[in-house]
Design a protein around this ligand. Structure first.
Ligand code: LLP
Length: 432
């Protein structure tokens, strides 16, 4: 088998390590032939290379442990909230954060120790706050005064909290993924933070453990991360809470989606944060980081079947998925790679410039623009890499699409960890 290293197929660079092609040209991910996976699970399907997620988490843990004495990696589970992923993260010894009641419930159901869970949200309802208190989560991250009301009203024992501050740092990323600027709905500006902190300090059962900041996602430039640490410490001093120990620095590191694309590594990211922390934070500070995308994105591969090829203004290769299982393109214009993963027929094929489009009734439902594919034909399998983050959780039923299964692959073994939605699932909620 030819593998990603040393292949004449540069797009395989951004597939999980070890991805290659069998002698007959069929793509092999996690030791599994994708034609066999398609036969077993159907298409579209989201494949996740489990060993690659574990290896990435271990790299992140090791980098952080080497860089700062008291530090904790916390997986931002919104990137991929599924029982199997929560279990994996817990087995790897890292914490998780949740941003909604559903995520909290799935995490608890997966057996994640509540003492390793952080609860986020800019609009936490009574149900989420109540469940977080009942479970005894590590920290609730306060984002508004109403969080304080709800926590005070419901707490029956001590609950540790962090306060999410707005650092007024806007990284270079898509507007919809920038959360650290002054106009962001997330975080508290100094004036409001002062009020929240006074309320927390006066509340019997709430303990202010620290502060939190998250400036955005898909960030490729490390400077704003360092700037956010400086800004966070300046706010802490301004607010007179320099005695707090916990500094949660959020997530947001991007990953490469395209061949030849350079994005700083997890090690460089952690190194930048640690250097900023050495400059601005007390040496005894406890540091948390919350990567989501950077831990899971590169392990995911979306597998589709070509439904039709239309040679018109462009060569439109339409697959049996699209914005129903990958909203990243429509929401953020995220570019992806695509390869023919298993040609329906053998033999050499001439490369052709194509637009890979979805099956949905939206012009913006285009997965990949302008990619060279070897004479794509109906029935081919097509694979899109780096889809392990924010595709499964954002999948939807537009045009009655059924949300795809998630299949963990590794060492030639495979297992569905989320089954495909069925038409029965779809009509069950339609109660008229
Ligand atoms: N911490 C907090 C408080 C967050 O809100 C987020 C992401 C993270 C950590 C993790 O960010 P990451 O390391 O994954 O960038 N759908 C978008 C991202 C929305 C993320 C929202 N919050 C995407 O596709 O990148």
């Amino acid at each position: 088998m030819r593998t990603a290293t040393g292949t004449d197929e540069p797009a395989l660079e951004v597939f999980p390590p070890g991805t290659g092609r069998a002698a007959d040209g069929v793509l092999v991910v996690g030791g599994c032939r994708v034609d066999e996976l398609a036969a077993a699970y159907g298409t579209p399907a989201l494949l996740v290379d489990e060993a690659h997620v574990r290896a990435t988490v271990r790299r992140c843990r090791a980098a952080l442990a080497a860089a700062w004495p008291d530090a904790q990696v916390t997986y931002a589970s919104k990137a991929f909230p599924a029982t199997a992923m929560y279990r994996l993260m817990a087995q790897e010894g890292i914490w998780v954060d949740v941003a909604g009641l559903g995520e909290l419930e799935v995490a608890l159901g997966a057996g994640v120790d509540p003492a390793t869970i952080l609860v986020h949200g800019n609009a936490k309802g009574d149900d989420l706050i109540g469940r977080a208190l009942e479970a005894g989560v590590a920290y609730v991250v306060i984002d508004n005064l109403d969080d304080v009301d709800r926590l005070e009203g419901r707490a029956t024992r001590e609950q540790r909290v962090l306060v999410r501050l707005n650092p007024d740092v806007a990284p270079q990323t898509h507007d919809a993924m920038s959360t650290g600027g002054q106009r962001s709905k997330f975080g508290l500006p100094a004036g409001l933070a002062r009020e929240v902190i006074a309320r927390v300090r006066a509340a019997n059962l709430l303990t202010l453990a620290g502060v939190h900041v998250h400036i955005g996602s898909q960030i490729h430039d490390l400077a704003p991360f360092a700037e956010s640490v400086r800004a966070l410490r300046a706010l802490v001093e301004e607010l007179g809470i320099a005695d707090v120990a916990v500094y949660d620095l959020g997530g947001g590191l991007g990953v490469p989606h395209l061949r030849g694309e350079h994005v700083p590594s997890l090690e460089e990211y952690v190194g930048t944060l640690a250097a900023a922390a050495r400059e601005h934070l007390p040496p005894a500070a406890r540091i948390l980081i919350e990567p989501g995308r950077a831990l899971v994105a590169t392990a995911g591969v979306s597998l589709y079947r070509v439904v039709t090829v239309k040679r018109a203004a462009a060569t439109f290769v339409a697959v049996d998925g699209g914005m129903g299982d990958n909203l990243e393109v429509s929401l953020y214009g995220q570019p992806f790679e695509a390869v023919i993963a298993a040609p329906r027929t053998a033999g050499p094929r001439a490369p052709e410039r194509c637009d890979v489009v979805g099956q949905h009734c939206e012009s913006g439902d285009r997965l990949v623009a302008g990619v060279e594919l070897p004479a794509p034909a109906v029935g081919d399998l097509l694979a899109v890499p780096v889809t392990g983050a924010y595709t499964h959780p954002l999948s939807n039923n537009y045009n009655g699409a059924l949300r795809p299964p998630v299949v963990f692959v590794g060492g030639g073994e495979h297992r569905a960890v989320i089954r495909r939605e069925t038409l029965a699932d779809l009509v069950r909620r339609d109660v008229a």
